[in-house]
Design a protein around this ligand. Structure first.
Ligand SMILES: [Ca+2]
Ligand SMILES: [Ca+2]
Ligand SMILES: [Ca+2]
Ligand SMILES: [Ca+2]
Length: 205
């Protein structure tokens, strides 16, 4: 059996707002008191109305008192909103909450045009020359080419070290190492480099 709607349902009675009073323990607000923090500075003049700071110190002059300023030395108050105040952020204009800095130069990877010391990277890999950054393998090899001295075999080794991070960031170092082998019975000796993988040129006399 389906219940029929009835006309005698009790009607909710709107609460008369004028009768609502704050309950015990309600947190007072600055509007309840002209000097909420009791520091002698009225709220409308107080640069920290919720924190007693009678001296009103404001080192970065952003009208937020030091006592309640999350970034007391940064008037832009973490402009890029990455959680690091501008005075401590190694990329003040780019969100980089991890603050990663591969080369340790104080400029974060996200805003560092050369985030890796390629000279050091090439040297650590046994490649004496750094030829250029952000070259692909082919361009690196082409850049590394040079003529062998007459009656010599020149072996040119290249290596591209690359890094990627975040969604779009990458960087690479093109490194070169070369060896020259003189031909005692020029031409004819050492026509090829000892490692078949290397880029090699041989200039006969
Ligand atoms: Ca205050
Ligand atoms: Ca301030
Ligand atoms: Ca940043
Ligand atoms: Ca850096």
């Amino acid at each position: 059996m389906v219940a029929e709607p009835t006309d005698d349902e009790p009607t909710p009675t709107p609460v008369d707002e004028a009768t609502v009073t704050p309950t015990d323990g309600a947190t007072p607000t600055p509007s309840d008191n002209p000097d909420y923090d009791g520091d002698g500075i009225l709220n409308d003049k107080d640069n920290c109305p919720m924190v007693a700071n009678s001296g009103q110190e404001d080192m970065d002059e952003d009208t937020i008192g030091d006592a309640c300023d999350a970034c007391p030395y940064d008037s832009y108050n973490d402009y890029d909103n990455d959680g690091e105040c501008g005075d401590a952020d190694n990329c003040a204009d780019v969100p980089n909450s991890d603050q990663s800095d591969m080369d340790g130069d104080g400029i974060g990877d996200e805003c560092d045009a050369t985030p890796v010391d390629c000279n050091a990277q090439c040297a650590s890999g046994g490649f004496g020359e750094f030829l250029g950054d952000n070259l692909d393998e082919r361009s690196c090899q082409e850049t590394a080419q040079e003529e062998a001295p007459e009656c010599n075999t020149l072996c040119i080794y290249t290596q591209v070290y690359s890094w990627t991070w975040g969604d779009y960031n990458s960087y690479s170092c093109c490194c070169k190492y070369s060896e020259t082998f003189a031909c005692s019975d020029c031409p004819g000796e050492n026509p090829e480099c000892p490692d078949p993988e290397v880029v090699c040129t041989w200039t006969p006399s």
